[in-house]
Structures are given as structure tokens and as C-alpha cells.
Ligand binder design. Sequence first.
Ligand SMILES: Nc1ncnc2c1ncn2[C@@H]1O[C@H](COP(=O)(O)OP(=O)(O)OP(=O)(O)O)[C@@H](O)[C@H]1O
Ligand SMILES: [Mg+2]
Length: 236
Amino acid sequence: MDTQVAQRTGALRVEGLKLTYGATKRSGGERFTVLDIDRMEIEPGAIVGITGPSGSGKTSLLYTLTGIEKPERGMIRWADTDITKLSERARDRWRRRDVGFVFQDFHLIPMMSPLMNVLLPRTFEGFRIGAAMRKRALDLLETVKAPAARATVATMSRGEQQRVGIARALINRPRIIAADEPTASLDADAGRIVIDLLLSQAQATGATLLVVTHDPAFLARLKRVYHLRGGKLLPS
Ligand SMILES: Nc1ncnc2c1ncn2[C@@H]1O[C@H](COP(=O)(O)OP(=O)(O)OP(=O)(O)O)[C@@H](O)[C@H]1O
Ligand SMILES: [Mg+2]
């Protein structure tokens, strides 16, 4: 489906990453450490899984690596850009251009149609939405078997919303695809379609794919999987 090959993603290099959140009962009034990662290196175009127990920091790690969350300390370098050094505005711009994110809780705009949700990253950029882009959005929705004709996504099932979120993450052919439990709300058949789509998009465009998943069907297709425990990477 994807004939336009994007420029390959740069390598990811992480050093001394520390993310903390404010005081809680659990931390006895201290800030508590959500992520504490000495080093992580991912070559351009790699496809990697991230797994670990609930609360181990998987979503926080994806947010941090894609500049949604700013860590307290550490370097996160994609190609030549340390995104922790960018201003918030520059980081937002970088993320909109380079990252497609599949959110664990979808983050769709409820009153918009599936098509408008998928096209949203284009409208943010102020791109004119031409016939070819509309067709690409509709093709993506068809591939994931999302009901494109609905007036709004508000009444769609969780699984249907998840599929719209996946189509939206891919609309810009991002160099970095970050997917947070992208098959969690899907049955085995719908899950397989999504796994195939994410892997084939990443391979066709040379994108780096970071996927948080517990899904055995997805894990079986990944050559490299990082394990997180209490915010730390276990040795692989
Ligand atoms: N904004 C926040 N403020 C305070 N604590 C937070 C915040 N976001 C996450 N946390 C805490 O950080 C820890 C890691 O959360 P995170 O969502 O990254 O875990 P996860 O591995 O994705 O879990 P799950 O498998 O349930 O999605 C948890 O203890 C969570 O409660
Ligand atoms: Mg999570």
C-alpha cells in the first residue's frame, strides 16, 4: 500500500534518563522515580518491543522517547537531535513531523468522524487536504476495518476506536511509530491485521517502530524486546 518511501529514521541514543513524578503516599512524600535508564541504543529502522508489568513505566518511556514528557535528566538523541534540549515549541514541531503515536487510551476527538480524526495530524500542520490524502486516510481505515462511514467516533466500540487511532498514527508516514498496547482492545483477527499493518508500514518506510505490548501474537513477531521493571530496563 505504501509506495512513497520516507527518509530513514536516525538512530536513537538514550543516556542517563531519569523521569520522576511528584510526591505520593507511596513514595512517602518524596518524588518517586518512574524511569531510570542508563543506556538504550536503537539502530535506525529497528522494530522493538517493550514489555513489563502494569505500572513499570512503559507508557512513560514511550512518552519520554517521543518528547511528550520531558525527563528530569538525561539525553534522548534521535539522529543529531537531543530532544530534551529543544524548547517545548520545537519539540512539539519535531514530534508532529516525525512521530506517529498510537495512544493506549486512543485520544480521539469524540465529535469528529473517523476520517476527520485520521486527517487531524494533517490539519495541525496546516496542510491542504487533497483527494490523494483523503484516499490514503480511507485506505488506512479500510485496512484496519474501521467503520469509516460513522458521523462521529463517540459511539464506536473501544476496538473500533483503537483502529482509528492506528490509522491516524500512520497518516503522515512518520519516521518514528510509537504504539502503546495497540492490540489491547482487539480480537485475534483484528489484532493480526493491526500487527501486519504496523510491521509492513515500518518496513516499507524505514521507520523505527517502538511497540509496548503484552500480546503474545505481537511479541512472537518481534526480534528484540526490552523488559521494564520498576522503571529500569532488565538486561536482555
Ligand atoms: N502524570 C503522572 N503523575 C504521577 N504519576 C504518574 C503519572 N503518570 C504515570 N504515573 C505513575 O508512573 C508509573 C508508571 O506509569 P506508566 O503509565 O508509565 O506505566 P505502564 O507500564 O504503562 O502501566 P500499564 O501497563 O498499566 O499501562 C505508575 O506508577 C504511574 O502511577
Ligand atoms: Mg501504559
